[in-house]
Ligand binder design. Structure first.
Ligand SMILES: [Zn+2]
Length: 662
């Protein structure tokens, strides 16, 4: 709304607006609460962003606010952290119910002192900064209406105040619109939970009832707001990665900085970045804030985990604040750690309940979504990698197909029995890794890259080195798993000598803690698309048990949290294989777009291209056919591989040769 102070005859204009506003009061107004708020509400001085209310600063406030006028919605729950404007959102709802949709309201705070603070620091300053609200609310000690510490009246209704510790303030009162702030701080009286009591009493208002519950959560199992959030449809605010486009809800575990999870090291919050869960790109504050502001324009934004049945519940943490820098959030984390108060950070910044919790995927729910594929590799799978785990008496191999957004298909799982100190089992592995798998397009897909675990006992490690020697060009890599948070899934290789005069082997270090977290998170992805793991319907229960055999546990050592993977079942080879197959993908880093183009190409054109490249390779490398292609795409290894496809598909492997454990 226009700022009336800019007009010389402000009083006259106010009267006109007053009358025209009055005419609009009877029918439901056209403006949604968010539209009204942007036109009418001025945020008082002393707030983070004073001045006209702008949703661009907090686009996630729009949808919950507008639920007030959604006839299908009767309840919203905001489990929100600090600095994302939950109090302001509630004030906008209350202001709309004063000016645009006049009806009576209740406002509840945990205690009388909380109510007093809210009135003095939130409600009164907002009213003072907004002429129209000031005009509508009765004057203190005025003849018409009430304006005191218990109630404010306005044409068409009143706003009543209550606090949870005093059943007296609630007794006999009811209103259709109820805002309950900081509900996790409420005292439950003998009569029941205060929110429930207010809601029951509002039953006479029927369809007009609307409940807003707001809080930062407290302790797991005791938190009212978390239970309310879970009772609703569980919406989270998705933003798109500026690099890969993957939609994701912002998660504290993806915030990274120099020194993170390294208690002895210097902590450098100023290096804080947000790591995309899809591509790992590190966003600075500008990119993070732009992603939040643009979320709804690119089709991201609020998405519920459950169907909407009248109760919309919203979770939002401080990472969504557009005026808090990541380094400040990290600093507050470090401060809380230093004062042994991680719970405050967890509750207030992350808007999560506090507990010692583990992260573990569920084998049964994975099994229920097993699929039958028409080809060995379904159409979405574009490249194959292999992960090989070494045991005393066998090698276990998973062949994984990867598509866009690292969506994956477990194409094959093989157990090759034999002592790694003897040669036979390695020959079998050689045969597996030279095989091809039939793609739905009719093409035969070779294995693009493989990672072989070398980390067993001394003798086996040497045997693995022996076998790996000279295979880097074929993208068969030796790896060694290393623990520690914040490590990349794969780090640059180091050279290891496998014998006195032998050539050295490139050994890649795999950050297993982070890699397992990625795998576990992806196993938990429920809808096909980026990150989703497809499983075939011919695996036994044992494979699922192994794949989910570890659980992330947070232990506290002198108040400092230490996250660790704990094995919950005796065998975990399937999980290790998946970690190594992921590492192989990360090392090879193929262009999925190119891989897709190659699979779509008609056979004759593909053959022609192969011949051309083969010829062009000598003496000069082939010119880049597509400018944005990564150089390694056309390395001699790829050309050699393309040639190898023909050979190995001619020598079609016999499946019976390997033990299918599942
Ligand atoms: Zn990304």
């Amino acid at each position: 709304m226009m700022d009336l102070q800019h007009f010389s005859n402000a009083r006259g204009i106010a009267e006109i607006i007053n009358r025209s506003a009055a005419r609009h009061l009877a029918p439901p107004p056209d403006l949604k609460p968010s539209e009204w708020a942007e036109m009418a509400v001025r945020i008082p001085e002393g707030n983070a962003v004073p001045g006209p209310y702008r949703l661009a600063n907090a686009p996630y406030q729009r949808e919950p606010m507008d639920m007030l006028v959604n006839p299908d919605c009767y309840r919203i729950t905001l489990m929100w952290g600090a600095q994302v404007g939950k109090t302001l959102l509630a004030l906008c709802v209350q202001g709309y119910c004063i000016e645009m949709l006049p009806r009576s309201q209740m406002m509840m705070q945990p205690s009388q002192a909380d109510l007093q603070t809210w009135l003095e620091t939130k409600f009164n300053p907002l009213v003072d900064a907004n002429q129209q609200l000031r005009r509508l609310i009765a004057k203190p000690r005025g003849r018409e209406g009430v304006n005191n510490q218990k109630m404010k009246s306005y044409p068409g209704g009143f706003l009543m105040f209550a606090w949870s510790g005093s059943p007296k303030t609630m007794r006999g009162r009811s209103a259709p619109v109820i805002v309950c702030d900081e509900v996790d701080g409420y005292e439950v009286t003998e009569e029941g939970h205060p929110v429930g009591l207010l809601w029951q009493r509002a039953a006479t208002f029927g369809d007009q009832r609307f409940l807003v519950e707001i809080s930062t959560p407290t302790v797991k199992g005791e938190s009212y707001i978390e239970k309310a959030f879970e009772a609703g449809d569980q919406r989270r605010f998705y933003v798109a990665c500026p690099h890969c486009g993957e939609h994701q809800a912002l998660n504290w575990s993806n915030v990274t900085w120099a020194g993170k999870d390294e208690p002895g090291e210097e902590q450098q919050p100023e290096t804080a970045r947000y790591a995309c869960q899809g591509c790992g790109a590190l966003w600075d504050d500008g990119e993070r804030i732009a992603a939040i502001r643009n979320a709804e324009q690119v089709g991201a934004g609020w998405k519920g985990a459950k169907p909407f049945r009248g109760h919309a519940s919203y979770h939002l943490n401080e990472l969504y604040s557009t005026f808090r820098r990541l380094k400040d959030i990290v600093q507050s984390y470090l401060d809380k750690i230093a004062t042994d108060d991680l719970q405050t950070f967890t509750n207030v910044s992350l808007a999560e309940t506090f507990e010692e919790r583990g992260e573990q995927a569920d084998p049964d729910s994975l099994m229920t979504r097993a699929e039958e594929w028409t080809a060995q590799v379904p159409a979405g799978g574009l490249v194959l990698t292999a992960g090989v785990d070494m045991q005393q008496d066998r090698l276990e191999v998973e062949i994984v197909a990867w598509g866009h957004g690292e969506e994956s298909w477990s194409v094959d799982y093989l157990v090759l029995w034999g002592d790694p100190l003897q040669g036979d089992v390695w020959e079998e592995l050689e045969e597996v890794l030279s095989s091809t798998w039939l793609h739905e397009s009719g093409a035969q897909l070779p294995i693009l890259a493989a990672c072989v675990d070398t980390g067993g006992t001394g003798g086996n490690t040497q045997a693995a080195y022996e076998w790996l020697r000279g295979k880097t060009g074929r993208r068969i890599f030796g790896i060694k798993g290393v623990a520690g948070w914040g490590r990349p899934i794969v780090a640059a290789p180091s050279r290891k000598q496998s014998g006195k005069n032998a050539r050295k082997v490139d050994l890649f270090l795999v950050g297993t803690d982070e890699a397992k977290l990625t795998v576990m998170r992806r196993l938990a992805v429920e809808k096909p698309g980026a990150g989703y793991c497809h499983v075939p319907n011919d695996r036994g229960a044992d494979w699922y048990q192994q794949l989910t055999a570890e659980k992330l546990v947070t232990r506290y050592v002198k108040g400092f949290p230490v996250r660790e993977w704990h094995q919950t079942r005796p065998r975990n080879e399937a999980l290790d294989c998946r970690v190594y197959a992921l590492a192989a993908l990360k090392i090879a880093n193929p262009s999925m777009r190119r891989a897709a183009e190659r699979l779509m190409m008609p056979k004759s054109a593909e053959e022609e291209l192969k011949r051309t490249k083969w010829k062009a390779k000598k003496p000069e490398p082939a010119p880049e056919p597509v400018p944005e292609e990564k150089p390694q795409e056309e390395s001699p290894a790829t050309v050699a591989e393309t040639v190898r496809i023909k050979r190995s598909s001619a020598l079609k492997r016999k499946r019976g040769g390997w033990v299918h454990n599942w």
